[in-house]
Design a protein. Structure first.
Length: 426
């Protein structure tokens, strides 16, 4: 199967074509990011005739208009060290299918890593958020049968001698975790989906409506290009921009934020002796940094960068497509560069760092802290990833595909966990 698919891709198969006059589909997936691509793959694997519609990644962001995808990046953590057990469970289910997806697509999208979470030692205090509860992280991993190890402050100094963490901090490490490349994950999912018969259209859906033909109850989708498609069912997998697309009849309870990614160049990645980590630096009663510090990744320009993200994660709430576009055009919060240099100088005092720049990103947050996967109406399903979308995307796609085609929730995780909350709910 893998060799056949690679041959198709080399010949230029159906990966990036637009067929506006094509006949009616069983399902149209709106959004071609991690969850939309995964949903399309699982739908085609179940025999559905599928079109997945979404724009390609823009070449630049300084003139951007409209919504923006959060997966335009080279590295995310894929691990079980998450506070919600459900998030870790979704990620674990996805990870177990990654080998099959690599074989089918011929695309490598994971790199083995240690995932280290460093957090304040609050074992003798009731102060701190749930993210400071190391024992909860360990219990979650045990529930999923994944080995993790607690690390004292002394253990951190011994195991990571070139790193200097803030005093009073401890850790927990998963040694069989991965760095997940979200761009390549999307490429793998779409390659598998199109090889199985899905049609990929590089366009942006601007409206949904029932067809005018009384004998045809399909939903008609209209693209920004004015192309149209018809489908019996619709999946909206439009990520952090879901409320801003105008495709929902009412707004979801979710908040979109403009996040900043800082990339700091290093000449030789072999000189950087660090794992991928979640660092929660808590000093003098305040969270000084809370986010990701990623071991060096190679970006499309061929250079190697340490990625830092999280310091201003929730500082820029966005509501409309115009607000999202305006945020993207800024390129991110410039002040995060100075904050990042300060953090890395403290964390890796012997490391030589190169130039740094920012990249814009968007994330979203739901009141439950978990994804939404629910009905909008009798023909439309919405799926929103929340903050940890990429590593759980394949399993969310599988759940969405099954729910869309059968109309029934059959998973062991109760559907109420994923019920959408609407802004006009009383």
């Amino acid at each position: 199967m893998g060799h056949t698919l690679r041959n198709l891709l080399l010949r230029g198969s159906r990966k990036d074509i637009t067929l506006p006059g094509e006949s009616r589909y069983d399902v149209a997936v709106v959004g071609a990011g991690p969850i939309g691509a995964a949903t399309a793959r699982h739908l085609t694997d179940r025999g559905a005739r599928v079109v997945v519609i979404g724009p390609a990644e823009p070449d630049r962001f300084d003139d951007h208009q409209g919504v923006w995808a959060g997966y335009y990046d080279q590295g995310r953590l894929a691990h079980v060290l998450e506070v919600p057990l459900v998030t870790s469970m979704l990620a674990t289910r996805s990870l177990r299918r990654f080998a099959e997806l690599r074989e089918r697509s011929g695309v490598t999208f994971t790199t083995p890593t240690h995932s280290l979470s460093v957090l304040p030692d609050v074992s003798s205090s009731e102060t701190g958020s749930e993210w400071f509860d190391r024992e909860r992280l360990i219990r979650n991993a045990e529930d999923l049968g994944v080995a993790v190890s607690p690390l004292s402050a002394e253990d951190l100094r011994r195991d990571y001698p070139r790193l200097r963490f803030a005093p009073g901090h401890v850790g927990v490490v998963q040694r069989d975790a991965f760095i997940l490349n979200p761009r390549e994950l999307v490429r793998a999912e779409l390659a598998a989906a199109t090889a199985a018969g899905a049609t990929l259209v590089r366009d942006e859906v601007v409206s949904l409506g029932r067809t005018e033909d009384d004998d045809d109850e399909a939903v008609q989708l209209v693209g920004k290009s004015t192309a149209t498609w018809r489908a019996d069912k619709i999946v909206l997998a439009t990520g952090a921009g879901t409320n801003a697309t105008g495709l929902l009849p009412r707004r979801l309870q979710m908040q979109t934020y403009g996040a900043t990614v800082v990339l700091v160049e290093v000449d030789d990645p072999a000189t950087v002796d660090m794992p991928a980590m979640m660092y929660l630096k808590f000093m003098d009663g305040q969270l000084r940094f809370g986010g990701i510090v990623m071991s060096p990744l190679r970006y499309p320009d061929g250079r190697w960068y340490i990625k830092v993200s999280g310091n201003s994660l929730l500082d820029n709430p966005l509501e409309s497509a115009d607000e999202i576009a305006a945020w993207v055009r800024t390129g991110g919060r410039g002040a995060d560069i100075d904050d990042t240099y300060e953090l890395l100088a403290e964390l890796m005092p012997d490391q030589t760092l190169g130039s740094a720049f920012t990249r814009p990103c968007t994330v979203c947050d739901t009141p439950t802290g978990l994804p939404y996967l629910d009905r909008v109406d009798d023909r439309t399903t919405v799926v929103v990833e929340g903050e940890r979308g990429a590593m759980a995307a394949d399993e969310l796609g599988r759940l969405t595909a099954e729910y869309t085609l059968t109309g029934q929730w059959k998973d062991g995780i109760p559907h109420d966990v994923f019920r959408a909350r609407w802004a006009d709910d009383s």
